[in-house]
Design a protein around this ligand. Structure first.
Ligand SMILES: Nc1ncnc2c1ncn2[C@@H]1O[C@H](COP(=O)(O)OP(=O)(O)OP(=O)(O)O)[C@@H](O)[C@H]1O
Ligand SMILES: [Mg+2]
Length: 262
């Protein structure tokens, strides 16, 4: 289980002010849980993800993964960035193998593992390709394969599909959900899209603008239907889905109004 307990982050901005980015955020991600953070730009979502990844320290509070405190980056957390962060001079296979190489995994085993991972994300024929030969969606799939390479306990995904066209985005959502249901990993996923949050998450955290707080959490199970049925359209057009979508939209608008009134 991942446990985030009263996590706060203050940044010292360059003009001397203090930015209160995250305010006492608490939540758990159980095994096989898929938690989505949703909120306006600047509300602290990436800050939260970066703290879980171990890229930045909390000012207050704690984060533990399977009982161990998070004090820095580690192979037990796989990160997928908003912009693919592939090394342009390395092949697709070598990009996926990067974490395995750092972990000291031998060449033969690396090769086998990379082949399995490329198969899993539908890129079996592209191991030798260079990143620039791939489309945006394919590059994000390489990013997912790379994040899975060290068999991490949790995947951390910062708006991974934000830059994709809507059709590719739908394919990527299906792919992610099939990977999630097959590998049974925990996922922490950030998005601006209410629909994406509701479709993918087992829990949706709605965050308020600065300082970032979790204002509401919703336990949802549309993703179970997605896993079983495979077709997102009937789920998205169902009355329960529409009702929750409007409820969350109202909460986000209220937050925006409070901010502009302040
Ligand atoms: N290194 C930093 N130094 C100072 N302030 C920072 C730093 N990183 C983030 N901030 C501030 O913290 C707040 C939260 O930023 P964060 O990147 O977490 O937002 P976000 O919710 O991910 O936004 P977006 O949806 O646009 O990606 C912002 O006000 C931002 O300016
Ligand atoms: Mg962000």
């Amino acid at each position: 289980m991942l446990k985030v307990d009263h996590a706060s982050v203050f940044f010292a901005a360059r003009d001397g002010r203090t930015v209160h980015a995250l305010d006492r955020v608490s939540f758990d991600i159980p095994d096989e849980g898929f938690v989505v953070a949703l909120g306006a730009s600047g509300c602290g979502k990436s800050t939260l993800l970066n703290a879980i990844a171990g890229f930045l320290p909390l000012s207050e509070g704690s984060i533990t993964l399977n009982g161990r405190p998070v004090t820095g980056p580690g192979a037990d957390r796989g990160v997928v960035f908003q912009k693919d962060a592939l090394l342009p001079w390395k092949s697709v296979a070598d990009n996926v193998a990067l974490g395995l190489k750092f972990a000291g995994v031998g060449r033969r085993e690396r090769q086998e593992r990379v082949e399995d991972l490329l198969q899993l994300v539908g890129l079996a024929d592209f191991g030798k390709a260079a990143p620039y030969e791939l489309s945006g969606g394919m590059r994000q799939r390489v990013g997912i394969a790379r994040a899975l390479a060290t068999d991490p306990a949790i995947l951390l995904m910062d708006e991974p599909f934000g830059a994709l066209d809507s059709l590719t985005r739908e394919h990527m959502q299906e792919l992610l959900i099939s990977v999630w249901s097959r590998t049974a990993k925990k996922v922490f996923f950030i998005t601006h899209s209410i629909e994406e949050a509701l479709l993918l998450g087992t829990q949706v955290l709605v965050m308020s603008p600065r300082p970032g707080r979790v204002v509401r959490r919703f336990d949802v199970d549309f993703v179970r239907r997605f896993v079983e049925g495979g077709d997102a359209r009937p789920i998205k057009t169902s009355p329960e889905f529409a009702e929750l979508r409007e409820e969350i939209r109202a909460i986000l608008h209220e937050g925006e109004n409070l901010r502009s009134a302040a």
